[in-house]
Design a protein around this ligand. Structure first.
Ligand code: AMP
Length: 308
């Protein structure tokens, strides 16, 4: 079994979807990732919160095999806050407010327990912070990173450097085009060529999320296309990407697997399943109460749905 660590945002989110509005609920990329990945293997979480954060919540995470010794509590500061809304098919979040707060000047100093991490997920957060954490891990086996429009706009140069040294990059389709500076509407570049362009920047695998249209993964050896696990109950897509990544990394780390085609295909399917549970309710309400048995059920159903 590998050792899985994540760095990413730990947040209070206010989210509005056609199914309701919830204010200041637990969120952040590291939270969604950890709750999802811990269905497969223990997770070490690195991040920062302000002294307004409910510490009982972190204690509850411990019951789910999530270690939070790497979460700093900054006195006199506020926790990261994000406000977003979804409309129509809810495939894209509209960010209305992003307050970095405690993350603004966060300089992580990793503890010894983190340094022998073998599977590292650099969840969506300041790319410089992603680099700082990666540099402190002694011998990572697999490093995958995520990002979003906010960071592509403000710190693309750091992302370009990061993509050279990670094994995998996860983006959604709009972010892929934004990164390549192609118009999302006009898509003046073929989709596969766009993926190839990103692959040529350095990573071994590029994973592109397409919301309810599924996911694609491209490496120099393979191309995989997997549908989403469609459900009737879709209330809040926040964290879909992070819980998807949690399923991928949790599965790979639990079995000490690499990025070969078979392992990736199964990992993508587990990520698809964890994301499908996450979007059925707001915040982590649903995902927190899911069992491994339910994950395995949907994994089997997904295989049947592909009907090959
Ligand atoms: P996802 O829907 O998987 O892309 O992730 C949603 C989560 O990302 C929310 O819980 C937010 O708190 C968090 N988030 C939003 N904007 C940012 C940002 N600029 N950096 C890091 N995390 C963010």
């Amino acid at each position: 079994m590998g050792k899985l660590t994540v760095v990413g945002s730990i947040a209070y989110d206010t989210v509005e979807t056609p199914f309701g509005k919830l204010e200041r609920r637990f969120g952040g990329s590291a939270i969604y990732f950890s709750v999802s990945a811990s269905l497969f293997t223990p997770v070490y979480m690195i991040g920062v919160v302000g002294d307004d954060f409910d510490l009982n919540f972190l204690k509850r995470l411990e019951k789910r095999r999530i270690d939070y010794q790497g979460v700093e509590i900054k006195k006199g500061e506020k926790t990261f806050f994000w406000k977003g809304r979804y409309e129509g098919d809810m495939n894209e979040a509209i960010s209305e407010c992003t307050e970095l707060n405690a993350f603004q000047n966060f300089k992580p100093i990793l503890k010894d327990i983190h340094k022998d991490t073998t599977y590292l997920f650099l969840a969506n957060i300041d790319p410089q912070l992603q680099v700082d954490v990666l540099n402190q891990i002694e011998k990572p086996k697999i490093v995958i990173c995520d990002t979003m429009n906010y960071w592509i706009k403000s710190k693309k140069d750091v992302l370009v450097e990061l993509f050279k040294v990670v094994d995998g990059v996860i983006l959604n389709e709009a972010e892929l085009y934004m990164f390549l500076e192609e118009s999302v509407q006009k898509k003046s570049i073929n989709y596969l060529e766009a993926m190839e362009k990103l692959l040529n920047l350095g990573p071994k695998v590029v994973i592109v999320k397409k919301g309810c249209y599924g996911v694609d993964a491209m490496s120099r050896e393979f191309f995989i296309n997997l549908p989403a696990f469609l459900t009737k109950e879709v209330k809040d897509p926040t964290g879909a990407g992070d819980s998807f990544a949690g399923g991928i990394m949790g599965y790979l780390a639990s079995k000490d697997l690499g990025l070969d085609k078979k392992s990736m295909a199964r990992a993508l399917a587990y990520g698809t399943v964890t994301a499908s549970y996450n979007i059925e309710d707001f915040s982590i309400f649903k995902l927190y109460n899911i069992t491994k048995k339910e994950i395995e059920n949907r994994f089997r159903m997904l295989k049947q749905r592909i009907a090959l």
